[in-house]
Design a protein around this ligand. Structure first.
Ligand code: ZN
Length: 321
């Protein structure tokens, strides 16, 4: 049985490790995914990181950060993977109802928590080709990130994609910047965190998350990596992963955030009502999420990036050892 050992000395020496992060390049179009990979890299043992990078060489890839967004770029090449980025559950987070059925909402393993399980198995498949293992690694890195974006854990209003909102003003036109709730969680909200709190430096943002993992969140970290004993919560068929890798549990936690914050920290009821009644949504009534809402949720986003990074490190440790 593979022993799972995170590089916990890195947690204790988090501040020292920050230096290693300086200069890590992030793709803005894939901002959250690369951030999760950066956090994970801090907690990977060097020997495990070497194994992961060796595997990625089969597809000419050279870093966790650069492969993290890949799965979103090949949806045309692999249309069957479209449904693997989220959970196709329709709950009602605006009414405080956040739930999914582990089996019914993941038919034929077409959901993100099953995809994580399956990519782990593909990487550990001793008869798989080097290319297949590299691609499975790239999917795994991406899907752990997706699962921690709460709006990938609900399909209510297509994960917020059909819920229009505004995010401040368009810098060029001066008009309200119209976007949707999903995109605001993917990009606009964490982007504001980087701009407002970290001088526009994504590296400083990631450094602050790593620092918080080693300080204010340190007591919580063991709970992030503790899995329940129920069989359906763990990686099926991979005994050594059951202790620390439980995508279903992570998905429940992520969806709960939809009820606790995503749909609660602002009143979207008027727009939701218009969208659900399929009537024209008037721009004048859109909720702006760039100010008070950002204040309410930016720490939750940082926490989810932190959890995803630490759990991705644990998942890679367990998968590659
Ligand atoms: Zn995705």
């Amino acid at each position: 049985m593979a022993k799972i050992a995170l590089n916990w000395s890195a947690v204790l020496l988090a501040v020292c490790v920050l230096v290693q992060l300086a200069g890590s390049a992030l793709a803005w179009s894939a901002f959250g995914h690369s951030a999760v990979a950066s956090v994970a890299r801090v907690y990977l043992r060097p020997s495990t990181l070497e194994k992961v990078l060796t595997t990625l060489k089969a597809t000419n890839d050279t870093s966790l950060e650069s492969v993290a967004p890949w799965a979103d770029t090949i949806r045309d090449k692999y249309p069957d993977t479209m449904g693997l980025h989220f959970i196709p559950n329709i709950d009602a987070p605006h009414q405080g109802k956040c739930f999914f059925d582990v089996v019914k909402d993941c038919v034929n393993d077409k959901c993100v928590y099953a995809a994580i399980n399956n990519e782990i198995k593909a990487i550990r498949n001793t008869t798989a080709s080097a290319t297949a293992k590299s691609e499975a690694t790239k999917f795994l890195i991406h899907f752990v990130g997706d699962l921690h974006q709460p709006l990938h854990a609900t399909s209510f209003l297509k994960g917020g994609n059909t819920l229009p909102i505004t995010f401040g003003l368009n810098a060029t036109t001066g008009a309200p910047l119209k976007t949707n709730l999903h995109s605001s969680w993917d990009f606009h909200l964490p982007n504001k965190t980087v701009t407002k709190l970290h001088g526009g430096s994504t590296d400083k943002w990631i450094d602050s998350i790593v620092h918080r993992i080693g300080t204010e969140w340190r007591q919580q970290v063991p709970a992030w990596l503790k899995c329940p004993t129920e069989a359906d919560q763990c990686v099926r068929g991979v005994e050594s992963l059951k202790k620390h890798v439980c995508p279903v549990t992570w998905a429940r936690e992520s969806d709960a955030i939809n009820c606790e914050h995503v749909f609660k920290d602002a009143d979207f009821s008027k727009t939701i009502d218009e969208v659900q009644r399929n009537v024209t949504v008037t721009d004048a009534g859109l909720v702006d999420v760039s100010d008070k809402y950002w204040e309410a949720v930016h720490d939750v986003i940082d926490l989810q990036i932190a959890r995803a990074g630490v759990r991705l490190a644990a998942t890679l440790e367990a998968t590659f050892n």
